[in-house]
Design a protein around this ligand. Structure first.
Ligand SMILES: O=c1ccn([C@@H]2O[C@H](COP(=O)(O)OP(=O)(O)O[C@H]3O[C@H](CO)[C@@H](O)[C@H](O)[C@H]3O)[C@@H](O)[C@H]2O)c(=O)[nH]1
Length: 319
């Protein structure tokens, strides 16, 4: 995101995070005076204030995001993903930020794990801010992602290194499906939200999906000449068989924007009797938008998608 912003000619990019070592790596990689680094933690509102003061746009991606670890430490997920997000929203609004995009996940829909539950509450916190502060200068919006391919700690780099080492590929449940998005597409989604959001809007990018079995075989086919060697270990703590980017109820409200769906804020107040109208009738036809009913990629199509990733090209060049 920062790289993308710098090429688009912004005046300054503030990067706020907890990890000084990673900041040091980024400082060297960017080597650009327009990038400023702020150490802190979203749990500490004072540290957030320094980073958002003077900013026009804020992109909030700070989170505990690993499903299994949040199952063991749910309070930590609440502190960072819920309380921390509240701190970011309130602090950014007070500092005069014009637009804040909060990153969420398909795991926030019908959540079954602590990570998804905490992200669902982050979404509610952002929507409640929009509903309760109609005169705020700041537009807060939400983007919901499926799996971002090759993101740190995710399954694709793990599969690549297992194949390269000649080790079996560790597969949880072969029939599990996941939406697949590239990092470039996830940057586009945030940009789309920055430019098109009304307060409280939620955006998703339409995306295809594959089973984990297909994904593993696609990686094996790209990085080895032999048969895929899969070791099935079963579902991990808190994992779902399929993910949902939009619930049926959200699909009923969603606006189809081509590559994106936008779900507008339900801005009604608590006095529901004001909204009574006769004759709504009928059962609205809508389905969840889920990884088991979106476009399904086979091995060849998954490989074609993987080949569009710069990380995969770099790895293949090292073969
Ligand atoms: O060694 C492994 C690790 C994972 N999986 C499976 O691969 C898929 C993807 O797993 P992973 O890359 O760990 O991603 P998720 O657990 O689906 O979660 C990621 O994708 C979410 C969006 O769905 C984000 O919200 C999370 O932050 C991010 O960690 C899942 O079906 C896993 O069960 C394996 O088969 N073997």
């Amino acid at each position: 995101m920062a790289r993308h912003l710098l090429t688009s000619g912004v005046r300054q990019v503030n990067i706020f995070s907890r990890d000084e070592a990673k900041q040091d790596q980024m400082r060297r990689a960017f080597n650009d005076e327009r990038v400023r680094f702020f150490l802190g933690d979203v749990r500490d509102a004072d540290s957030v204030r320094a980073a958002v003061t003077g900013a026009d746009f804020v992109f909030h991606a700070a989170a505990l995001k690993q499903v299994p670890s949040c199952e063991f430490f749910p309070q930590q997920a609440v502190k960072t993903n819920v309380v921390g997000s509240h701190n970011v929203i309130e602090t950014a609004a007070a500092a005069g930020v014009r637009s804040l995009v909060c990153l969420s996940t398909d795991k926030a829909v019908y959540p079954v794990n602590a990570m998804g539950m905490s992200k669902a509450l982050m979404e509610k916190t952002a929507q409640a801010f929009a509903r309760n502060n109609p005169t705020s200068e700041m537009t807060v919006s939400i983007t919901r992602y499926g799996n971002v391919m090759y993101s740190r700690g995710s399954v694709i780099p793990a599969f690549v290194s297992q194949v390269r080492a000649g080790e079996p590929m560790i597969v949880t449940e072969p029939t599990m499906t996941r939406f697949l998005m590239s990092l470039a597409e996830s940057v586009d989604l945030v940009e789309h939200a920055f430019f098109h959001a009304n307060p409280g809007d939620l955006f998703v990018k339409k995306a295809p999906a594959s089973t984990v079995d297909t994904l593993a075989r696609a990686v094996a086919g790209l990085f080895s000449d032999g048969e895929a060697d899969l070791r099935v270990i079963g579902t991990r703590h808190g994992e779902k068989l399929h993910e949902t980017l939009l619930s049926r109820e959200e699909m009923m409200q969603a606006e189809d924007q081509g590559d994106y769906f936008k779900v507008p804020l339900d801005a009604r107040g608590l006095q529901y009797e004001k909204y009574f109208s006769e004759g709504a009738g009928g059962v609205p036809q809508a389905q969840d938008y889920a990884s088991d009913n979106t476009e399904r990629l086979d091995i060849a199509a998954t490989q074609a998608l993987l080949r569009t990733l710069p990380e995969v090209d770099e790895e293949l060049a090292r073969r």
